[in-house]
Design a protein around this ligand. Structure first.
Ligand SMILES: NC(=O)c1ccc[n+]([C@@H]2O[C@H](COP(=O)([O-])OP(=O)(O)OC[C@H]3O[C@@H](n4cnc5c(N)ncnc54)[C@H](O)[C@@H]3O)[C@@H](O)[C@H]2O)c1
Ligand SMILES: [Fe+2]
Length: 421
């Protein structure tokens, strides 16, 4: 990548970092149970509410928990349960249409990141009928208040219940992108671990690793504050001590509750300090092949961390110390190595593979271009890479021995490509 473009990226990131204290970040009001929603809506957005969810949440009985609570408080609602994983622009338009047809006045996103993001994106389209979803890609393009929004997470991973992001896939091109703006931060979030009790083992594992990726990418980035570092550390500690417990025993409510807190802290951290190339590459894979977001992140995380090389070692060592797997006396190289090994070990323990299915070599240049567009110049990553360098990561996680062998050389190139950091 051109040295002047790298310089431009760093200047862009510095401007945003300087502006950080003046930006209108806020945290949602936290509710301990869905029973508190009725009163809140009565006060802030009386009238019909649209519940945006998916069939999985309906079948798992989670929608019923919510509607029973709304019925008890006399709150009227309409249901849209057509959200798909890696939600598309088409799904968002369907949710928006139902909202308008029924003259709703508020939104509830019930589910994992897909449903919560779909509710946010529908809100953005309701507020901005003049802009298509794709025109709001990037940062600060919504700029208008969306209907009153409450998020009810049923996975402990994305942190969407506190972030300013909605990640949407273009139904035609399969380009998955993030829309980031302050009106998308939910007004309230229900953090009730009961909603995650039914989460299957595999989803518990992948969504937990998504939360870990948020915390790690935010922490090792260059736009952190004391507060975002503290949130990221808290999340890493909670995940290291609870994810395996929640995975082994889904009914361990202490572990479920701690994971829910971890996902929230990690979301709060990256909402201000951004994510990095793990996410940019994972989004392109999710958009193209519908690979679950947490799975893509989990597989990519150790690969990308390794390639950051010395640029991320000090911070990864710090995280290793906070996680209780290294000591401050060790070298940064040794401490960071321990952290990356621990991530790999955690993946193994959670049954997460080292490769991802379905990646086709012919799709890689376009996916790498999308990842580049998402990450640069916005994400304050430890090392800046262009699309050509990002291509290596797709090869690194592609299924098949031969490809894997070819990648060792490509990864070596990558590490030596850390000219401007
Ligand atoms: N907005 C953000 O800040 C942000 C951050 C990270 C990821 N994301 C996005 O979030 C999406 C991924 O969300 P996700 O990982 O939470 O998964 P998801 O929302 O796609 O849900 C995956 C599956 O799990 C099921 N499910 C959810 N909760 C359940 C429960 N408690 N019991 C049984 N089944 C349940 C769903 O029905 C669905 O079939 C991706 O599109 C990703 O890009 C958004
Ligand atoms: Fe994520």
């Amino acid at each position: 990548m051109n040295i002047f473009y790298k310089l431009y990226c760093r200047i862009y990131q510095s401007v945003l970092r300087i502006a950080l204290p003046f930006l209108p970040y806020r945290t949602p009001e936290i509710l301990a149970s869905a029973d508190e929603i009725g009163d809140l809506l009565m006060k802030n957005a009386p009238g019909l509410t649209l519940i945006v969810t998916d069939r999985g949440c309906r079948e798992a009985g989670l929608l019923k928990i919510l509607t029973d609570a709304l019925d008890r408080s006399g709150q009227r609602y309409v249901i849209f349960d057509g959200v798909v994983s890696n939600p598309t622009t088409e799904t968002v338009e369907n949710a928006r249409r139902i909202f308008i047809e029924n003259r709703c006045s508020s939104l509830i996103g019930l589910g994992g990141g897909s449903s919560m993001d779909c509710a946010k994106a529908a809100g953005a389209r309701i507020a901005r009928p003049d802009r298509q979803m794709g025109q709001m890609r990037g940062i600060l393009k919504v700029r208008k208040k969306i209907p009153y929004l409450i998020s009810v997470p049923t996975t402990a991973g994305t942190g969407s219940e506190t972030t300013l992001a909605a990640v949407i896939t273009d139904a035609e091109t399969r380009h998955k992108y993030a829309v980031n703006d302050f009106p998308l931060i939910p007004s309230a979030a229900v953090l009730d671990p009961e909603f995650t009790k039914s989460l299957p083992k595999k989803m518990t594992a992948c969504t937990g690793m998504d939360a870990l990726t948020h915390a790690v990418e935010a922490y090792i980035g260059r736009s952190t504050t004391e507060q975002t570092r503290a949130w990221a550390v808290k999340a890493v500690q909670l995940i290291f001590s609870n994810l395996i417990k929640a995975y082994d025993d889904g009914e361990n409510m202490k572990a479920r509750s701690n994971m829910m807190q971890a996902a929230f802290y990690a979301g709060a951290s990256f909402s201000q300090s951004y994510v990095g190339y793990v996410h940019a590459v994972a989004h392109s894979l999710g958009g193209r092949y519908n690979i679950p977001h947490g799975l893509a992140n989990a597989v990519l995380l150790p690969v990308v961390l390794e390639c950051y090389g010395t640029a991320a070692q000090r911070k990864l060592h710090e995280l290793a110390v906070y996680a209780g797997i290294s000591s401050p006396d060790e070298s940064d190289a040794a401490g960071s190595e321990k952290f990356i090994c621990a991530v790999r070990a955690m993946n193994r323990r959670l049954g997460i593979p080292q490769t991802l299915p379905g990646i086709k070599e012919k799709d890689i240049p376009e996916m790498a271009r999308y990842a580049d567009m998402e990450a640069n110049p916005l994400y304050p990553v430890p090392v800046i890479w262009g699309a050509d360098q990002l291509e290596r990561f797709y090869y690194a996680v592609m299924e098949g021995e031969k490809v894997y062998d070819r990648v060792s050389d490509r990864s070596a190139d990558l590490v030596s490509a850390q000219a401007v950091q």
